[in-house]
Ligand binder design. Structure first.
Ligand code: ZN
Length: 144
């Protein structure tokens, strides 16, 4: 249920930003979230709605956009995406993905990826997660 703590963190961040900027209302907030987080958007939206009820953010419109994950090998410079990462990790762990079944027994978490994944091109474990890992506020529209 990390969606609830994320919602809390988002609202806290907005509150301190409003104080800092001397604003009374936030009409719109755009949130960019990484594909690797596998967020339950419905839960996050619900949590934001519930937690903002008694705050100045109760009428704030939250817009979500997904940031695609990308990985880059430090040895050969090869770049790959989330789908490739997912299947190479499943291979690494010996997990057979059944035909037509997207569901994998392991939840794809960044820490696990970092520890187990290899570059699909050269097999190196020395790679970086370039994007798609975190969550951030990309745009805020203040009012008043
Ligand atoms: Zn490589």
């Amino acid at each position: 249920m990390h969606e609830w703590s994320l919602a809390e963190a988002i609202l806290e961040g907005l509150t301190s930003l409003m104080k800092q900027e001397g604003m009374k209302k936030v009409s719109e907030v755009e949130i960019l979230y990484g594909e690797m987080m596998e967020l339950e958007l419905d839960i996050l939206k619900f949590a934001l709605e519930e937690l903002s009820k008694e705050t100045p953010m109760k009428d704030t419109k939250f817009i979500f956009s997904e940031e695609r994950a990308s990985f880059r090998c430090n040895s050969c410079g090869y770049r790959w995406n989330f789908e490739q990462a997912h299947s190479s990790l499943s291979e690494e762990l010996g997990i057979r993905e059944l035909a037509g079944e997207r569901e994998s027994p392991i939840h794809f978490i960044p820490e696990l990826a970092q520890a187990l994944m290899r570059c699909p091109n050269c097999g190196s474990r020395d790679f970086e997660i370039e994007s798609g890992k975190g969550i951030r506020i990309s745009r805020i529209v203040f009012e008043g």
